[in-house]
Write a protein that binds this ligand. Structure first.
Ligand SMILES: [Zn+2]
Ligand SMILES: [Zn+2]
Length: 130
């Protein structure tokens, strides 16, 4: 099964072939900065299970110099996170919030859980409004 994704402005589009090799919520400080959110929902696929469908030339990559392996990519037009190949070249990390469709699976774990700030709560700890 193939699912598609895009950035907010839809200029950048991609497709991934399921299943994901791994799907986790990462609470590390780098993922928080890169996503601007409490955690990053990161899905992993093999490079051969990923392809850009449009806008690849708009993708801006940032290799965090202080880290051995941390990188991020985003749309140069709207700034949304988009998938990136890890520096090892072994996998593509897909920001799950950029998917257009339900992948049919949920994250299997919280990683770097102890790095989370105190305001970062699990959804079961919060009331549902709207
Ligand atoms: Zn965009
Ligand atoms: Zn992380």
């Amino acid at each position: 099964m193939i699912v598609s994704g895009s950035c907010l402005c839809t200029s950048v589009g991609y497709e991934v072939r399921l299943p994901f090799a791994k799907f986790v919520n990462c609470h590390c400080s780098r993922c928080r900065k890169a996503s601007g959110s409490a955690y990053a929902a990161n899905a992993y696929v093999a490079p051969e299970s990923f392809r850009w469908t449009r806008g690849e030339s708009l993708v801006v990559r940032y290799d965090f110099p202080q880290a051995r392996s941390f990188s991020t990519s985003f749309c140069g037009k709207c700034g949304s996170p988009v998938p990136h190949l890890t520096r090892s070249g072994r996998e593509v990390i897909v920001p799950a919030g950029s998917l257009n469709e339900e992948p049919g699976v949920r994250p299997s774990a919280n990683v770097h859980w102890t790095s989370r700030p105190r305001w970062s709560l699990t959804s079961s700890e919060l009331p549902i409004e709207g």
